[in-house]
Write a protein that binds this ligand. Structure first.
Ligand code: NAP
Length: 525
């Protein structure tokens, strides 16, 4: 598929005008052809208006038609697997094989949401039948289902340019819910974004859907993103990126005359608590396993296990040595963008200023833009005294925390802000401490992992990729897993309606064969 540099506004390919940008190959420092079109408020407006026009027909597609559309996107993604992975490699410097796996993951996500749509459980159909003889007053018939919110704006992440970007889980779950999508491409991977956008654009044409179901726009700075968030026809926003960017967009949306939900996923250090018996029995294995995972994607992952905490005692030295050995073997690797690299360098300088001691370092960078793997250590008292030590540094660095005793372990656990995940490593002898730690972690995270690491993330019905602020701006929802669809739905109750005017999920004959809650009882189709 040829990368042309166009923006995709509905079925229209909008070519580059006066203002353009080129993708940067962060490995070579060279710009890549072609020039990409940049837009602003007018392009945002066109894309949103088209999405609004598409909404009524798209949100009322039946399960078979919508699921077939999602499967078609999956097939088309699989068909461009090689070229998509190759372009992502050019624009990020990360391995092609990693991106092939990302394409597979994205295709799998679209197929999984096709199944969700066919199952129809997301509609959460509820029927409370009329009680004409109820005393002292009769009750009318009440029926509820979930409906799509409306046009949704999706800000793609920089760090997973396929699975968290244009054709990633946010887009799949919004389209599954029945919401047209306006994708704000991340400027770190414009060609990768365009290929994914064309896949969706072509699927829309083949499926005979309204062209406004999907648009892909980009801009030179904040203007286009701000225009999208401000647009009166937009009904929700999703974002993956920095806390500063996410909160700026969140606040903006809350200041609209009609505030709308903004689901941001921002920052997490995913603390790992190694309890005493586990530390003594297998500290080295945990230390090296954690360091390996922390360096995946050059440490540019929301689920990076960035902090390991353990009470000083048998096994601590072995844990540190094993983690240091992993880090020392790591080559310096190109980071996603010069900006992300500079932020990483500033972050580790700050960490040293905050008193962290360097206990392991990978190969020194040979080229500009490469991130060096670094392992630091602090005491529990230092971690508690300096909030910055509990914050994310986006890149290949890990912090070991040497705690004085179990009380300090609980205190440290309470000191973290909201997290996407936390892990505990425990033997049977640790279960007493684990049982006390669990409610502390539950309050602060969306996922608690036992004797494993939280990266990588499975996509299941039970997945939560969310958590209290600042992991996300709304801890009630997940952005990964089949529950992600719930961000784009709202309940509507139909009161006292004749059967033929009810939406199919709520009709008496149950034509969609749904499980429904009828008069408080879950009933089979
Ligand atoms: P970012 O700077 O937050 O940008 C993400 C997207 O949001 C971009 O498309 C950007 O568009 C847009 N944006 C940001 N602020 C905006 C604003 N005020 N108004 C309108 N649009 C706005 O994130 P990034 O470029 O991906 O990386 C920067 C840092 O984010 C990293 O160093 C890292 O700390 C963090 N990050 C964390 C995660 C994670 O999973 N924890 C993932 C990615 C990034 P423009 O660039 O066009 O303005």
């Amino acid at each position: 598929m040829k990368v042309t540099g166009d923006m995709l506004i509905g079925a229209a390919n909008v070519p580059a005008g006066a203002e353009t940008m080129k993708a940067l190959n962060p490995t070579t420092g060279q710009l890549i052809e072609p020039p990409f079109a940049l837009g602003g408020a007018p392009e945002a407006d066109r894309a949103v208006r088209l999405a609004d026009e598409a909404f009524d027909s798209y949100s009322h597609t039946g399960p078979a038609e919508r699921a077939a559309f999602l499967d078609l996107i999956a097939d088309k993604l699989a068909a461009v697997r090689g070229e998509l992975a190759e372009r992502a490699w050019l624009e990020t410097g990360l391995p092609v094989a990693q991106f092939e796996a990302e394409v597979d993951r994205s295709a799998d996500v679209f197929r999984k949401f096709a199944t969700v749509v066919r199952q129809g459980r997301f509609l959460q159909a509820v029927i409370d039948r009329a009680q004409p003889d109820r005393q002292p007053a009769p009750r009318m018939d009440h029926r509820l289902q979930k409906v799509a919110l409306g046009p949704v704006v999706i800000f793609g992440a920089s760090n997973f340019p396929i699975s968290y970007s244009v054709a990633g889980g946010d887009t799949a779950s919004a389209l599954a819910a029945g919401c047209p999508v306006i994708s704000k491409a991340h400027n770190a991977h414009p060609g990768t974004s365009e290929i994914q956008g064309r896949v969706i654009q072509q699927a829309i044409a083949e499926a005979g859907l309204h062209e406004g179901v999907f648009s892909l726009v980009r801009g030179p700075g904040n203007e286009i993103g701000e225009a999208l968030v401000d647009h009166p026809l937009v009904r929700a926003v999703t974002f993956t990126g920095s806390e500063g960017g996410g909160m700026a967009l969140y606040r903006r949306a809350q200041q609209r005359p009609d505030p709308i939900p903004v689901f941001t996923e921002m920052t997490s250090v995913n603390p790992n608590f190694v309890l005493p018996a586990a530390l003594a029995a297998r500290g080295a294995e945990i230390g090296s396993g954690l360091a390996q995972r922390a360096m995946y994607n050059v440490g540019q992952a929301c689920l990076k296990p960035a902090v390991l905490l353990a009470v000083d005692g048998p096994g601590f030295r072995e844990t540190r040595e094993a983690a240091a050995a992993e880090v020392q073997e790591a080559a310096a690797r190109t980071m996603l963008t010069p900006g992300i690299h500079d932020a990483y360098v500033r972050g580790v300088q700050r960490r040293e200023k905050d008193g962290a001691v360097l206990v392991g370092a990978g190969a020194a960078p040979a080229r500009a833009g490469e991130g060096q793997s670094l392992l630091y250590e602090v005491t529990g008292a230092e971690l508690l005294a300096e909030p910055a030590l509990r914050e994310e540094i986006f890149g290949p660095t890990v912090l070991l925390v040497r705690l004085a005793d179990t009380d300090q372990l609980f205190e440290a656990a309470r000191a973290f802000r909201g997290q996407l995940s936390a892990a505990m490593h425990a033997e049977a002898a640790d279960h007493g401490i684990a049982g006390r730690l669990l409610p502390i972690l539950e309050r602060r995270t969306g996922r608690v992992v036992f004797n494993a690491f939280s990266i990588s993330q499975e996509i299941t019905y039970a997945t939560t990729h969310g958590g209290p602020f600042p992991a996300t701006s709304d801890s009630r929802f997940t952005s990964v897993g089949m529950g992600a669809i719930e961000r784009f739905l709202r309940p509507v109750t139909y009161q006292n309606f004749p059967d033929e005017l009810l939406p199919p999920p709520l009709r008496g004959a149950n034509p969609l064969h749904l499980w429904r809650l009828v008069d408080g009882e879950l009933t089979r189709p």
